[in-house]
Design a protein around this ligand. Structure first.
Ligand code: SAM
Length: 212
């Protein structure tokens, strides 16, 4: 049984054996997924739950693992490379860099209210998952709480794929600059974004890069 998410590479889904039962996660509620995993696991089938990146990074992998543990179904987690690190790297942005950022803060823009007073502190790099739809609010929240309007910011959409699009701009201009981008996207704010131009220029160009 293969239960897979929308963001996983289709090539990986194609690697499942022909007689595998393939179940797309998207129409299902989280509770239904948990029940499926527990049910097929208890039935003794080989079950693969295929997610993008690291299942324990904003992937609800922890919820599914807890359901399996509660049902005493054995499982193993094999983490892939999270977009947290792979996507900024593909855009020429080191998350940390000596002298520029010695810490990184990771938040989801999906549902939870964000503590802009805390996030506006200039220490380190800020990475926002699932925040593209709230980009204007996020930028305004950071600026209203004192973040320098000139702070380098980036939005990276479909990072590492052949549709990768990267927009970099000062924080005060990032919303307008990234208006055309579509999810999935990561927002990165901090001085490390300022390295992107130099690091991108040093590698072969195969992606769309807009800088304003
Ligand atoms: C539900 S989270 C899953 C994250 C995943 N577990 C990981 O470790 O990368 C989905 C969000 O991750 C980010 N994301 C995943 N793949 C991405 C990509 N190729 N480019 C940009 N952002 C990506 C986006 O913020 C997207 O909305």
């Amino acid at each position: 049984v293969l239960v897979y998410d929308r963001l996983v590479a289709p090539e990986l889904v194609d690697e499942a054996p022909e007689d595998a039962l393939r179940i797309a996660r998207e129409p299902l509620e989280q509770e239904q997924i948990n029940e499926l995993l527990v049910g097929y696991g208890r039935a003794g089938l080989d079950v693969v739950r295929l997610k993008g990146g690291d299942p324990y990074v904003f992937g609800r992998g922890g919820e599914e693992a807890l359901a399996l543990a509660a049902a005493r179904v054995e499982f193993e987690v094999i983490a892939g490379v999270s977009s947290l690190t792979a996507v900024p790297a593909a855009a020429g942005i080191p998350l940390t860099h000596r002298g520029l950022a010695s810490q990184a803060t990771i938040v989801t823009g999906h549902d939870a209210p964000l503590d802009y007073a805390a996030l506006a502190q200039p220490a380190g790099t800020l990475v926002v998952f699932m925040g593209l739809g709230r980009l204007a609010e996020i930028a305004a929240g950071l600026l209203a709480n004192g973040r320098d309007p000139a702070t380098p910011a980036a939005v990276i959409a479909s990072g590492t794929t052949d549709r990768q699009a990267v927009v970099t701009a000062p924080l005060a201009e990032i919303t307008a600059a990234a208006a055309e981008l579509e999810s999935p996207a990561l927002i990165v704010v901090g001085d490390v974004v300022g390295l992107a131009g130099t690091l991108e220029a040093a590698k072969p160009k195969s992606t769309l890069t807009i800088t304003s």
